[in-house]
Write a protein that binds this ligand. Structure first.
Ligand code: NDP
Length: 285
């Protein structure tokens, strides 16, 4: 039987810590940390995510707002909004909610964000800082995964880690963080041969695929730490991860559930990143 990591509880603890430190920041500098979100279009899932981020920011004692923009916004208008936020000294964190409406090219928008305010950690400068071990803002979900491993007392240095998924927002940054923590890391993807065999070698297995219950219990090394980033719907429409929890949990040493594992950590780490950005900007001013 595995130790089940309670991501909700860890996220609540992180958010409480952030709120406490944000209050100290406000007292010290006479202004709260500021998080600003640009939400363009009417994607219903994005609206829900942004509302959660807004609520979390309020609870953390941050200033800021959400600019809700029409799906008809042009590339130039959106870029002008980012430029305004870059220039505003009260703004510590800028988040452009993805996906952007059809017709908007996401890359130049993300690259326009001041790296000092890049709380999603998607800017090429943030990515370069992560891979070269320099200070910078780290993407929220990967950072949340590392915190969960830490909270569960999982030893990382010297261990064999397999990350399934090579996206820029999840798979690659998790691999970079595990490498920085001295794991021996393999990144698997859709072309990987004998994925089950590779997974069986992993002391730490991170699933960031987007395929419901793909990873079975007999793919898992007994006692391994299993972090399930996936957010999928099963045949009954129920939220589930990439890992088949029922067969994996008896084999793993520690495991995250879905829901209630990695999911809540993403917003908690966004708050943490905003506070970190605020401190860095204040120190640089
Ligand atoms: P992407 O679709 O961008 O990437 C998926 C990765 O999985 C790709 O690298 C792909 O390989 C790989 N893959 C797909 N099929 C297979 C397969 N059969 N075998 C091996 N590898 C495969 O997804 P994201 O990285 O954005 O997200 C991954 C999951 O994490 C999703 O379920 C998403 O909803 C969830 N997520 C959860 C978050 C949270 O807060 N909990 C936040 C962000 C994402 P290839 O590159 O070869 O195509």
């Amino acid at each position: 039987m595995a130790q089940i990591i309670d991501g909700k509880a860890v996220a609540a603890k992180v958010r409480q810590e952030v709120a406490q430190r944000a209050a100290e920041f406000t007292q010290q500098y006479g202004r709260p940390p500021g998080l600003h979100v640009l939400l363009a279009g009417d994607d219903p899932a994005s609206a829900v995510y942004v509302r959660s981020k807004e609520k979390a920011a309020e609870q953390a004692g941050f200033a800021g707002n959400v600019q809700r923009l029409p799906a008809t916004i042009t590339q130039a208008e959106l870029e002008a909004r980012v430029a305004q936020l870059n220039a505003d000294p009260a703004v510590d964190g800028i988040l452009v909610q993805l996906p952007l409406p059809a017709g908007i090219d996401e890359k130049p928008i993300l690259e326009l964000i001041d790296p000092a305010k890049d709380v999603d950690g998607f800017h090429a400068i943030s990515v370069g800082a992560l891979w070269t071990g320099q200070p910078g803002l780290v993407p929220c979900t990967p950072k949340g995964c590392m915190r969960l491993l830490q909270e569960a007392g999982v030893q990382i240095a010297g261990k064999r880690a397999v990350v399934i998924g090579r996206s820029n927002i999840v798979g690659k940054p998790i691999a970079a963080l595990l490498l920085a923590a001295h794991a021996t890391v393999t990144i698997a993807h859709s072309r990987t041969e004998d994925l089950p065999g590779l997974c069986r070698q992993a002391d730490i297995l991170i699933a960031a695929v987007g395929r419901a219950k793909m990873i079975k219990g007999d793919w898992i090394k007994p006692g391994a730490a299993v972090i399930d980033v996936g957010m999928n719907r099963d045949d009954n429409g129920k939220l589930c991860g990439d890992v088949d929890f029922a067969s994996a949990e008896p084999v793993a040493g520690v495991i995250t559930p879905v829901p209630g594992g990695v999911g809540p950590m993403t917003i908690a780490m966004l708050m943490d990143n905003t506070l970190q950005a605020a401190h860095r900007r204040q120190a640089a001013s």
